[in-house]
Design a protein around this ligand. Structure first.
Ligand SMILES: [Cu+2]
Length: 572
């Protein structure tokens, strides 16, 4: 495990070589739009981060009451779905007391409004982009059909609207929606494009956990605010402001009873490790993808960027009239450690409790396919040596395929004087299970449904998943968003069930090193090393059924059409 100093380093990109990605991202890119082979329209220049004359806004904790992001109301409802309208636009907000800061928002809110969804009931969101940059909206942790997944190239051009449909065919979980535009996601999220999406289901709603006003999302992230109020997009070790629900180090008045706190790390590139300052333990009840099998007692919670955990804290331990600070033990030495202060202001009745059994986790599937992913940082952030290319399929699989992925962080483990950092690995579409770290099985807090996992320097982490529930194009990537913006991402195509055959079309592709499991009796299959575009292969392969083939053709032609539109800058 990493000690505190490692986490401090983890929180930064530090080291001269590692500065390169940031440097290229913010310094030479007007409006954050970088030159790329995909040539997006340039946007108006953002205020440049200028070096020496920068002056950070003062950091004075506990001047703001912590707001709760408003829960978005549907514009209309049907028997089976709720329709929401959201407009992405810049607005000014007060993050640091007395300063106005321009941010990018969903619906004028920083962070975005909370969307509450129920399993089995569809959520439809019409997202209108009134920003000057391209956007794409991804529901993180959502099992979403490909065309609504918010892929990097499924962009919403400035002025355009796009519809997203979420079927919510998955168990209760604290999901979040955030920007995923090709090469722009890190800056778009940093500037505010993130919000909570809280999915419930009848089982979870029936548990005696704290609910209603005692069920609170905490969206935690870092930022750098200048003395004049400007939000500067820069390296996390230059981001001393720590925001909860959009305010710098707020206070929150609570009753002396249990609360369910949904902790989101929405920092684009920073680990956090939070604890109550007096070390009081709390119970973790859920991870990224939903409830744990049972509660896990902790006194410190570490989250990589994009990870979530739900905890139950019992403030009845504290006398009314006292306060307790939530602190970040992974704060840099130059930073304040306080994140949030809970003020216990009143007594309250409390019928809630934390049951010993929270959920029955699905069995971990027997894998028939193994793949390996090497995450590298130098000379740039890559997966298996490759930069993300939306036109290259890196992994091809089929619906229902159960797989084990071994993910390695190629940085050397703690060599003196050499920078090292963790990566955080995220897959779209599925929730996976973390099996082990360097062969050691993970503990109960990490053994539930996950969609993001930290890979420490030098470490190999194995995860297991079954590909479902929809065929189509998806991505997997490092969720240090600066890394993904720099191409530490791969494309996975999930083919319809019944597409398995021995033709080259469905053989493993080049991005992942794959081998068929010995126990399956299948022959060892070597990854193709050709970097050939697979666009031809997509439509020419044989499949077990004509219907499957037709569906696949249709889908890939659909994608090709969309790409054409992106390039023509006409996509809506
Ligand atoms: Cu990374």
């Amino acid at each position: 495990m990493l000690n505190r100093r490692d986490l401090l380093k983890a929180a930064t990109i530090g080291g001269p070589a590692a500065l390169l990605p940031w440097d290229r991202t913010w310094d030479r890119a007007p409006g954050g739009v970088r030159a790329s082979s995909l040539t997006l329209p340039a946007a108006p220049a953002a205020p440049a981060a200028s070096g020496p004359e920068r002056s950070t806004a003062r950091i004075a904790p506990f001047e703001h009451a912590m707001p709760l992001p408003p829960v978005l109301s549907p514009a209309s409802r049907t028997d089976t779905s709720d329709l929401y309208q959201l407009r992405m636009a810049e607005t000014q907000v007060e993050i640091v007391k007395g300063l106005q800061t321009t941010v990018r928002t969903y619906g004028g809110c920083f962070p975005g409004p909370t969307i509450r969804a129920v399993m089995g009931r569809e959520v439809v969101i019409h997202q209108t982009n009134d920003l000057s940059v391209h956007t794409s909206v991804h529901l993180h942790g959502g099992q979403v059909q490909s065309q609504y997944d918010g892929l990097p190239m499924d962009l919403i051009a400035p002025g355009a609207t796009r519809e997203y449909r979420y079927l919510n065919e998955q168990v209760a979980a604290s999901l979040w929606y955030h920007d995923h535009a090709h090469e722009l996601e890190a800056e778009n999220v940093y500037r505010g494009l993130a919000g909570a999406y809280l999915l419930s289901d009848p089982h979870e709603s029936g548990l005696p956990l704290p609910n209603g006003e005692f069920d609170i999302p905490l969206l935690i992230r870092d930022a750098r605010i200048e003395a004049d109020g400007r939000l500067i997009y820069t390296d996390p070790y230059e981001c001393p402001h720590m925001l909860v629900n959009g305010k710098e180090r707020p206070f929150f008045e609570v009753a002396a009873r249990r609360y369910r706190l949904r902790v989101f790390n929405v920092s684009p590139n920073r680990h956090i490790s939070v604890r109550l300052a007096d070390g009081t333990p709390f119970h973790q009840i859920a991870s990224d993808g939903g409830l744990l099998a049972g509660p896990v007692e902790l006194n410190e919670l570490t989250l990589a960027g994009a990870e979530r955990a739900e905890i139950v804290v019992d403030f009845a331990r504290y006398p009314v009239g006292t306060s307790i600070v939530l602190e970040n033990t992974a704060a840099l030495e130059s930073e304040r450690s306080e994140v949030l202060r809970f003020d216990i202001t009143r007594a309250a009745e409390d019928q809630s409790r934390v049951p010993d059994v929270l959920a029955t986790l699905p069995p971990i599937p027997e894998a028939t396919v193994h793949r390996e992913f090497d995450l590298t940082t130098f000379p740039d952030t890559r997966i298996n040596g490759r930069k993300y290319d939306p036109n290259r399929t890196d992994v091809r699989t089929t619906l229902g395929s159960s797989e084990i992925w071994t993910i390695r962080n190629h940085l050397t483990r703690k060599p003196a004087g050499v920078f090292h950092a963790p990566h955080s690995f995220h897959t779209h579409l599925v929730r996976f299970r973390v099996l082990d770290r360097d062969g050691v099985p993970v503990g109960p807090a990490e053994a539930g449904l996950k969609d993001t996992v930290t890979i420490h320097p030098g470490e190999a982490v194995r995860i297991a998943m079954t590909w479902g529930a929809y065929p189509g194009e998806y991505v997997y990537h490092c969720h240090h968003m600066v890394h993904s913006s720099h191409g530490q991402m791969g494309r996975i195509d999930v083919l319809p069930a019944g597409s398995e055959d021995n033709s080259s079309d469905s053989s493993p592709s080049s991005g992942a090193k794959e081998s068929e499991a010995k126990e399956s009796g299948a022959k060892e299959s070597q990854a193709k090393e050709s970097g050939a575009k697979e666009s031809g292969a997509r439509t020419s392969g044989s499949s077990a059924s004509g219907a499957g083939r037709r569906r696949r053709r249709h889908r890939f032609h659909h994608h090709a059409r969309r790409r054409h539109h992106h390039r023509g800058r006409k996509h809506r």
